[in-house]
Design a protein around this ligand. Structure first.
Ligand code: PBG
Length: 334
């Protein structure tokens, strides 16, 4: 007979026995402070359109958005991220509408800041909502997204947003050198308080499908892809390199995107750099949870809270999630 002790050396289950000791040893908590609410805005008035692949998510005009912004404040959500739905007639090869100081995003930003100054406003710096081809930048005759030419436009786009009052500009385009270029332009113009949230590790993910439907860039992109600028899902060291460059160039915060399938990247980045680190629970992640919930296959609320808590455990300081307002409400009810 092998000598097996009759009792376990240490009973890990003792601390799990009661709610009080589970609470005492809990390492991570999800809080409304951790949430950023992404919203899709449309031109016009009293418009609210459903996004078919994202049940519960709408595209809305500014007047409707003001109610949602107020709700964010009431719920303690610190910031809102704006994604525009640009009329097809305003899209072209050069994304010229992206630089219009009287365009949709600048108008929405200044209205939100005027009405709710304490709500943080984040804008997306990328050209895909504005291009007739659906790419995030300007293309050459072969269809290749040109780096410097694109960075020049992104820099102006960031300036227009910052001048309209955006608190944070968030380049999601993955061009090389754009953080440095945007930072210098902002400094030169005296916009020293505008923060840059760099989508540093943005993967060429298939989980963005519903978003492209929401902003109407899917049809423009067609069978095109973003492999020449977004990262290969196979890579991890490369993400650290991207983050190092963006921080060197002047980013205040970095983002990893998508979320749940990429939490190993979040952990490595937070551990290595210790910078404010964010993660984007993207449209496809939302769609999966929503669909399974609607079918009764998963407990939606429990799974959403678990997925977001996992983001925090991985090291995220904050999470962009289409569930933000729902989650803030659930957290209140606990
Ligand atoms: C593009 C952009 C994308 C998302 C945010 N900004 C999609 C893309 O790269 O094609 C996706 C967000 C989501 O899926 O929720 N600049």
């Amino acid at each position: 007979m092998p000598a097996i002790s009759q009792f376990p050396q240490k009973r890990m289950r003792r601390m799990r026995r009661n709610e009080f000791s589970r609470r005492l040893m809990r390492e991570n908590q999800l809080h409304a402070d951790d949430l950023i609410y992404p919203v899709f805005v449309l031109d016009g008035e009293k418009r609210e359109e459903k996004v078919p692949s994202m049940p519960g998510v709408v595209r809305q005009s500014l007047d409707v958005l003001l109610f949602r912004a107020e709700r964010c404040l009431e719920l303690g959500i610190p910031a809102l991220a704006i994604f525009p739905v640009i009329d097809a007639g305003l899209k072209n090869e050069t994304a010229s509408e992206a630089l219009n100081p009287a365009g949709l995003v600048p108008r929405v930003v200044s209205a939100l800041k005027a009405r709710f100054p304490e709500l943080g406003i984040i804008t997306d710096i990328a050209l895909d909502p504005y291009t007739s081809h659906g790419q995030d930048g300007l293309i050459d005759p072969s269809g290749y997204v040109m780096n410097e030419e694109t960075v020049a436009v992104l820099t102006q786009q960031a300036l227009v947003h910052a001048q309209a009052g955006a608190d944070v500009v968030a380049p999601s385009d993955m061009m090389d050198g754009r953080i440095g270029a945007i930072r210098s332009e902002l400094e030169n113009r005296g916009l020293i308080h505008t923060r840059i949230l760099a989508y540093s590790a943005k993967y060429a993910s298939s989980f963005y499908g519903p978003f492209r439907d929401a902003v109407g860039s899917a049809a423009n992109l067609g069978t095109g892809n973003k492999y020449t600028y977004q990262m290969d899902p196979a890579n991890s060291d490369e993400a650290l390199w991207e983050v190092a460059l963006d921080l060197e160039e002047g980013a205040d915060m970095v983002m990893i995107k998508p979320g749940l399938p990429y939490l190993d990247i979040v952990r490595r980045i937070k551990e290595r750099f210790g910078a404010p680190t964010f993660v984007y629970q993207v449209s496809g992640e939302y769609a999966m949870l929503k669909a399974a919930g609607q079918n009764g296959w998963l407990d939606e609320r429990a799974c959403v809270l678990e997925a977001l808590l996992a983001c925090k455990r991985a090291g995220a300081d904050g999470i962009l999630t289409y569930y933000a307002t729902e989650v803030a409400e659930w957290l209140r009810q606990r």
